[in-house]
Write a protein that binds this ligand. Structure first.
Ligand code: FPP
Length: 288
């Protein structure tokens, strides 16, 4: 199932939480250029460049991560004000967990815990619901406790769903999905011949949400880095040179404006793709 910004209007619950008057004047100016009926339903972001942001200022990497956590809050609140239904942030990959120095991983875990503690009230004020994707059961127990607490405390909110991808890798998500599907096949004595894309979708961490319409990557790298590989089959990609700690709500709105200027074709034919031949059998094929 693919739900898209083009095909869905905002649900009444999300619409009732839109607070455009709370955007700052610069954001409001960009928002005024958008078509609210064609907002993406789901924006996913690869937050990159914390270390380089710090390096440019001769600061330690952890300062970049701290500023990055601030940026998470600002961007999420702008998303909530415009009524974006789904925002998914790549906060900590499986590879970060395996390949970064232990001291940096420990710092990121402490930062996450503090972020959850300090921002719960603001999440409630902004009607934001928290979810997580990834092998979160491998994270430290005290971080998991805090995650569960915030998820539970925000579970009745009806505005933007903020999903943090934590200890997440798309390939391991697919492994987990295939394991789940295999177990179901065995239990229900199903034939593998009857497996459909929808069956795989049902076993992904993201089964409850639409695929992203727009994927933003900061810091200029043109890579996907093992993020939502199944889900981004038809996602529009927007890369900005800006490092994540400098990314703000206005930049989210600019990325959405760029997204709205694109023509999404899902493998079909768009309006600007030339005239359709009425009788293709008449055409002589001219290739050597
Ligand atoms: C990339 O920067 C970003 C990360 C490793 C994870 C993102 C983490 C945050 C934004 C802060 C914490 C988040 C929350 C939700 C509290 P990098 O270190 O790879 O940057 P570099 O490529 O310039 O070294």
């Amino acid at each position: 199932m693919r739900l898209t910004g083009e095909s869905l209007s905002l649900s009444p619950a999300v619409r009732s939480t839109i607070r455009i008057d709370e955007l700052n004047p610069e954001e409001r100016a960009v928002y005024a250029t958008l078509k609210p009926e064609h907002l993406p339903q789901h924006v996913a972001i690869i937050m990159d460049g914390n270390g380089r942001w710090a390096g440019r200022r001769s600061l330690k990497r952890f300062v970049g991560h701290q500023q990055g956590a601030q940026a998470v809050q600002w961007v999420t609140e702008t998303a909530a004000r415009i009524g974006l239904p789904w925002l998914t942030l790549y906060a900590f990959s499986l590879e970060n967990n395996l390949r970064r120095p232990r001291a940096e991983v420990n710092f990121l875990m402490r930062l996450l815990k503090t972020y959850l503690d300090n921002n719960l009230a603001r999440m409630r004020d902004n009607n934001i619901r928290f979810r997580y994707i990834g092998r979160t059961h491998e994270l430290p127990a005290e971080v998991q406790d805090r995650m569960r607490w915030v998820e539970e405390e925000t579970s009745r909110n009806t505005g933007t769903t903020l999903t943090l991808a934590l200890n997440y890798g798309a390939r391991s998500e697919l492994v987990d999905a295939f394991r789940g599907l295999m177990a179901e096949i065995e239990q229900k004595h199903l034939s593998p011949d009857h497996i459909t894309e929808a069956d795989i979708h049902r076993h992904l961490y993201t089964a409850h949400m639409p695929d992203p319409d727009l994927l933003i990557r900061t810091s200029g790298e043109q890579r996907i880095s093992n993020f939502l590989l199944w889900q981004i089959a038809y996602t529009e990609i927007f890369v900005t040179e800006r490092y994540w700690p400098d990314f703000r709500g206005i930049h989210l709105l600019e990325a959405i404006a760029d997204f709205q200027r694109r023509e999404r074709r899902y493998g079909g034919i768009g309006e600007s793709c030339g005239e359709v031949e009425e009788d293709p059998d008449r055409i002589r094929i001219a290739v050597s």
